[in-house]
Design a protein around this ligand. Structure first.
Ligand SMILES: [Zn+2]
Length: 114
């Protein structure tokens, strides 16, 4: 069952430990630690993403959703998704909004000089 979908017009609540704004760390007292066992990350292009999504979920990668403000239907296209049974994250490479800057570091190591 594929249960977490990232759509273009939705904010993605990604994995709780990932900072989306780069490498800076805060100095507060709040901490929340998560360990992810056997996580697989798959970077793939849009066509492959749609193919994987359809194969795993059996659903269309494009959905119509009503927009509350205008009432008109909007088109939402798949950006990425998390497959719970296989602990696999499918997302476009270098798309930090979908898969997170720090997650790219976890997968690729250091990729910029800052
Ligand atoms: Zn970085």
């Amino acid at each position: 069952m594929v249960s977490h979908v990232a759509l273009r017009s939705l904010k993605l609540a990604l994995l709780g430990l990932l900072l989306l704004q780069g490498c800076a760390s805060s100095t507060g007292t709040y901490q929340e630690r998560h360990k992810i066992k056997n996580l697989t990350v798959v970077f793939l292009d849009e066509e492959s993403l749609r193919h994987e999504w359809q194969a795993l979920s059996g659903r269309q990668p494009v959905v119509f959703a009503s927009q509350t403000s205008t009432g008109g239907p909007t088109l939402k296209t798949l950006q990425g998704f998390y497959d719970w049974p296989s602990n696999t994250l499918y997302c476009p490479k270098w798309n930090f909004e979908v898969c997170g800057h720090e997650l790219h570091h976890a997968v690729l190591g250091q990729f910029h000089s800052d």
